[in-house]
Structure formats: C-alpha cells, structure tokens
Design a protein around this ligand. Structure first.
Ligand code: GLA
Length: 710
C-alpha cells in the first residue's frame, strides 16, 4: 500500500492531488483558471497519469462557457460563477466578494489514514481557509471539513459556510435517494430521477428531525442493492443543515452541504477560527448494500464513542409505555423483577420521576426527585434494580422547560424568545437557550448531581420539540443568529464533558422517536431510539431506511405490547425478531404476560445474547426489501465470518404461494454452513446462488435462521 495522498506538480503553478482509498479515487487540481477544481471521483484507476485533467481540445460554447458552474472544491461567492457557494462572507468595509488563492498543501498520517490540508488565502483580505480531507483507506471514505480563520483586526461576517462540495462525474442521468418521514414514520426511503435544478434536503427547526435526514445517495439510475455505481454521503451535524443537490444544464452534478445559512450569521472576530461539521462521502460500484456497509463499518470503527466501541450493548427494559408519567417505587420494582427474570440487563425509568411531572404539562426543568413518588429518593429503586442483577438507567430532557416549572418561574429569560412576541408552545414546553453559557452550566450541574450521587449507567437524552421564535435578546452584540450553531455545539460540549467524567455511562439519543439521528451526535452516544412507533411491521420499513446510513449497532428498538398506532397485534416471535436487528430492548407490560410468553421471551433474549456480536458488530445485508414484496429478509455476518443470522418476515401469504428462495450474500463460497434442523451443510456458494428455500405461511410470521460455518 502506498501513501493515500499524492501531490503531483503538473505544470509550474499547477497541482494535482489524488486521494486513493482501497477501491476509489478522488482527484482535484489547482488549475490555470486559478480554481481548485475536481477532476475525478469514482473507481480507482490503474495508471495515476489518468487522473490528470483532460482538455477537450475545443469548447463548444466558447467565451460563454464561463457562465456555467464550476467544479470547484469549495466555491466562494464573489465572482463570475453561480454554484451554491460553500462560503459567503462580508468584510468589515462592506465588500461581499470572497476570492481565494492557493497557498500551500500539507499531508499527515499513514498508509491507512491520512489527512490532506489545502491552505487558501484571500489575496487582499486577512482571511485564511483550510480545506481538510481525511482519507480512510479501508473504509473507502473521505471526510471533509473546512476551517476559516480571521487573521486581521476587524470582524468578518460569515453568511454561509458549508462543509464541502462533492462533484460527480457527468452522466446522462442520476437517481437521488434521500430519507424523509414524520413522527412515528421516520427514515422513509425516497428515490427519484434527479431533475435539472436544485434539490434541497434541509432542516430549519433547530435539530436533525424526521422530515429529512442529512444523508444522500446518487446513482446513475441502474444501481440496486448489490450492483451499480453509488455516490453517497452524510453530514455530521445535529442542528439546522442543508444539502443542495444540483444538476445543471451541462449535466454537471454536485452536492454541497453543511450548516444551513437560513437565519444564520456568524461574527468571526479577529484571530477566531470557525470549524465546519464534517461531511463524509464515498463511492462504490457494488450498489446500495455496500454503500451502507461502508458507512456502518466507519461508524463502528471511527465515530461511536471510543470507550464503548467494542462493548456489547446490554438488553434494555424501559417502562415508558407501561407506566408513562405515573412512576412509583412499587410499579418500577414490579417491572424490574419481571424484566430481570427474563434476562434483561439494564432497567430504564423513563419520564415522570422528577419535579411535578405528572403529565407533559409541568415539571420539565425541575430535576429533583419527586418526593411523593420517591419519598426516599432514587437510591432504594437503584439498589433494588442492582440486587436483581441489572444496571439502572434514567430519562432526561435537559434542553427543555415547561412554563409550569420552578425553573421557568425563576428564569423566563432562559428560553429562546423575542420581546413583544408570544412564545409558542410545543408539547407544552419551551426550548432552553443552550447557546447561553449559564444554561449550559445549569445542565451540567444537574447532570453531575444526578450521575455522581446515583449508580446510573445509562442516560436516555430526549429532545421533544422544534425551535420557534429563536431570539436571544441579551446575546453579545451581533451574535444572536449564531444560536443555530451554538445550541448544537453546547449540547455536544455538555455530552463530551459528561462522558469524560462518567466514562462507564452509556447514552442514548432520542428526539420524540428518531428525531436526532446523525453522525454529529454519534461520537457522544452509544445508540439512537429509532422511533416511538413500535409496530414491528412499520418498523421493518423504518429500520430499512435507518440502515441505509446508520449501523445496526446504534439502533435501539423495543418489544412492546400491541401498538395503538395501527391497532394490529403480532406474535411474540415477530416482535422479537424485529427488535433483535440491532440493539434489543423491551417496553411491554410484563405483569400481563402469560407464563408461556415470559418463558418464550426468556428463550429469545438468551438467543439474542448468544448472537448479539453478530447483530451488533456484524456486516448487514438487506436481502429483500419490505417495499418490494410481502416477504422481506435481512442478514448479519459475524466479523470473523464464523456465523450468519438471517431473519425473514412475511406480512401476508396470498393464494397459497410459497416464496422464491432467498439468496444470501457475503458468505465464503467455499465454506460450508449448517443450521439447526438441517441434515447436511450447504456451501456458501449454494446459499448465495441457489438460495435458501423459505416455507413461511400466514400473516406477520417470521423466522430466524442461524448459520454456523463448519
Ligand atoms: C418522547 C420519547 C419517548 C418517551 C417520551 C417521554 O416521546 O420518544 O420514548 O421517552 O418522550 O415523555
């Protein structure tokens, strides 16, 4: 393996940078037009000279050609080009045109992980820009970000700052895949031909949200799960973001993305550096399945918290759907006893334990233990849970406050608001202004109290409403529109400090279901609550979309009782099989379960513990999509290859029809595999080429097949 970044001097004053991963290459040059332009992104080429820009020899549009968009790596706004800019600034003298010259480039790292930094400089004004490219060779991914430094004495206003522009090769057509959704219906896959013009994936409500997710994929219209060219990426940010996917009249296609410029302005003081969120992207010629596996492997190896990266995630019980706000020592103890009996390892008490929190109308912000519900504090319950052999976890929603709370009565100025305007409620609460240092300190203080005085090993960090009236009347001069970034950075910083101080505590990110799932918060949390919708058939679709971008290791789902959302009921096995495809949790009223169901649950939890390394750390394959047929199938392969688990779901059989075989993927064709009940082993080749026969019949039935390599 050679060093993954090559810097080639093509002509005096012209440079070519080639970034190579295991199977891909990404190349750009500083060219004769004094622009840093992308020349290639796709499969790795055998001969490095082939990456050099190739002149057409003629220009059909002549002088008018300049009116097209450029392929600039980091287009600034300020001269004769019309791309979505990555950078738009206003200098203190009112000049709003930003130009950047190439100054230098530096590299660091080794054969598997290297960083290239391109140093740019405004030729007239004291502004420096660094474009940072991290090359992850084995993951086949490039992670881009930018830093802007004000080296002068006067402030500079940043009006737009995106993390990167990604240019795709010219093709006749492209198909765009994005994730959209709603509460209870997160991560719906949308796929459509990319029309000419701009497509916007955005969020302007303060946090990641369900209606879109900062992820994109583009293919040439022919790619599927197992084949075809796919370019894909995800932005690491949990605040307002935008991804702009543009196809222009010359078939140039590019994606820019980063912090949303809507209502945003950042005052960059003398000497200050602004860092953008990271934007990870990659290319594969093996279809969407491989694109997802590349992201999953990167997340597991590089993004999830380091302390727990290789630690198997415990089986969780959460009492929310059973007791809601009506928590007490007695009902939590009863649930904990039953949960412990069937093999649960971590018991979580959800909302309702603090302040005057008897409904969602009051108490949020008052983080003291409710004395009527827990007269002796949390200690007796935690002790009991520990005696039962489980760890204890708890729910918090630190960024919010109910108007009916002591906190709000004491600090009405701590929420986002504008003077002379009403304050809108969402779920009867306001958003605390986490951009404020005193609010950050308040959150750190109560979280420190909670974690240092109690044996708590898990925090479910919730966030249940969108931002509105995002005013900060006493903000430092000129900084009130920075809240869109400062809030999210504040949350990250609080989580970072808590993790550093309590490294043994696991965190879950929840936002009214899967509303805060992204690579920005992932370094601070072990897992994401995928959806408040626990209907397993709906979850088949939700988890399929989730898995496009996010690893099963980060996906938490519970087995619950019949879910009111669709009024459907399911067998216990169907519910478990769905919840097992990631991190397994439970949220059912076990006091109403029959002995037979409790015993079956204990068996399934024992099975899950046996296969969880495969389910949490294995490679994930979407064998058949619930969007395409009534029979869907998913497969996990243990990192060592010694085991594969296939889970098949049938929503409804029709006309007595038996399904066609399910073709497995990723097995060693020459190895032999056995499963329980098989007379003889099958070769990996047969399982992949001939397929696994399926004999499921009925409605909402499922089957888990565990294959061991002989
Ligand atoms: C949100 C979460 C739920 C639960 C409630 C508690 O809706 O998504 O899981 O924690 O809040 O109020």
């Amino acid at each position: 393996m050679s060093f993954p970044v090559q810097v080639i001097e093509t002509l005096p004053d012209q440079h070519l940078w080639v970034l190579e991963t295991r199977t891909t290459a990404y190349a750009f040059s500083w060219n004769q037009h004094h622009r840093l332009e992308n020349v290639y992104w796709g499969a790795k080429l055998a001969c490095p000279a082939d990456y050099a820009p190739k002149a057409l020899g003629f220009d059909p549009l002549g002088n008018w050609n300049f009116a097209r968009n450029t392929r600039e790596e980091f287009p600034t706004w300020g001269d004769y080009k019309f791309n979505e800019p990555c950078l738009k600034v206003r200098y203190s003298d009112g000049v709003r045109a930003c130009l950047l010259d190439y100054a230098d480039s530096t590299t660091a790292g080794n054969d598997t992980e290297a960083t290239l930094t391109i140093h740019l400089q405004d030729p007239h004004y004291p502004l420096r820009v660094r474009l940072i490219y991290k090359v992850f060779v084995d993951h086949d991914l490039i992670v881009r970000s930018a830093e802007i430094e004000n080296t002068g004495d006067d402030p500079v206003e940043i009006e737009q700052i995106l993390s990167a522009a990604w240019h795709l090769p010219q093709r006749d057509s492209y198909q765009l895949t994005t994730l959209s959704g709603k509460w209870g219906g997160e991560f719906q896959i949308q796929r459509a031909d990319l029309p000419q013009g701009k497509q916007l994936v955005e969020r302007r409500r303060g946090s990641t949200g369900y209606d879109s997710n900062p992820f994109f994929a583009l293919d040439d219209g022919t790619a599927g799960e197992t084949r075809g060219d796919v370019w894909f990426g995800a932005l690491a940010f949990s605040g307002n973001y935008k991804l702009v996917i543009e196809r222009d009249a010359f078939e140039q296609v590019y994606v820019t993305g980063g912090i949303h410029d809507f209502d945003f302005c950042w005052r960059l003081e003398a000497g200050e550096v602004f860092r953008t969120p990271e934007f990870v992207a990659g290319f594969t010629n093996q279809g969407y399945g491989e694109a997802s596996r590349l992201l999953h492997a990167y997340e597991t190896a590089q993004v999830v918290p380091r302390v727990s990266a290789r630690q198997a995630r415990p089986v969780v019980y959460n009492s929310w759907y059973v007791t809601e706000f009506d928590v007490s020592f007695e009902n939590q103890e009863r649930a904990a006893e039953l949960a412990a009996k069937i093999g649960v390892e971590l018991f979580v008490m959800d909302d309702g334990w603090f302040g005057q929190r008897n409904s969602d109308r009051a108490g949020l912000g008052d983080w003291y233990v409710n004395p009527e519900k827990f007269p002796n504090g949390l200690a007796p319950l935690i002790r009991r849970v520990n005696e039962l052999g489980m760890e204890f976890g708890i729910w918090v929603e630190p960024e919010m406050v109910n108007p009916d709370s002591d906190l709000y009565r004491a600090h009405p100025e701590w929420v986002y608001h504008f003077p002379n305007r009403p304050r809108s409620l969402g779920r009867n609460q306001y958003v605390l202004n986490v951009s404020r240092p005193d609010v950050q300190q308040f959150i750190l203080n109560f979280m420190n109290d909670l974690l240092s005085n109690n044996n708590i090993k898990f925090i479910k960090w919730d966030m249940n409403r969108h931002f509105s009236e995002p005013g900060w009347p006493d903000a430092p001069e000129g900084r009130d529109r920075e809240i869109w970034v400062r809030h999210t950075r504040g949350v990250y910083e609080i989580l970072r400090q808590l993790r550093e101080k309590y490294p043994q505590v696991l965190f879950e990110s929840c936002s009214g279901g899967g509303g805060r799932v992204d690579l920005g918060v992932m370094p601070y949390v072990e897992q994401f609550w995928m959806s408040d919708n626990t209907d397993p058939y709906d979850d088949l679709f939700i988890q399929e979309g989730f898995s496009l971008a996010y690893a099963p290791l980060t996906r938490m789902m519970w087995v619950t009782d019949t879910n009111g959302i669709n009024g459907r009921s399911y067998s216990l096995d169907f519910r478990f099989h769905l919840a097992m495809m990631g991190v397994l949790g439970m949220g059912a009223d076990l006091t109403r379960w029959s002995q037979a169901d409790l015993s079956r649950a204990a068996e399934l939890i024992a099975l899950y513990k046996d296969i969880r390394e495969t389910m949490q750390f294995g490679a994930f394959y979407r064998l058949r999509s619930p969007r395409e047929s009534a029979l869907s199938a998913f497969q996990f392969i243990h990192p060592s290859g010694r085991e594969a688990v296939v889970i098949i779901f049938l929503s409804q059989s029709r006309f007595g029809y038996f399904s066609t075989p399910v073709h497995l993927q990723g097995l060693d064709p020459n190895a032999r595999y056995v499963a329980e009940g098989w007379d003889e082993p099958w070769s990996g080749q047969a399982l992949m080429k001939r397929g696994l026969p399926v004999a499921l019949k009925g409605s909402f039935v499922s089957q888990l097949i565990r294959l061991s390599r002989v």
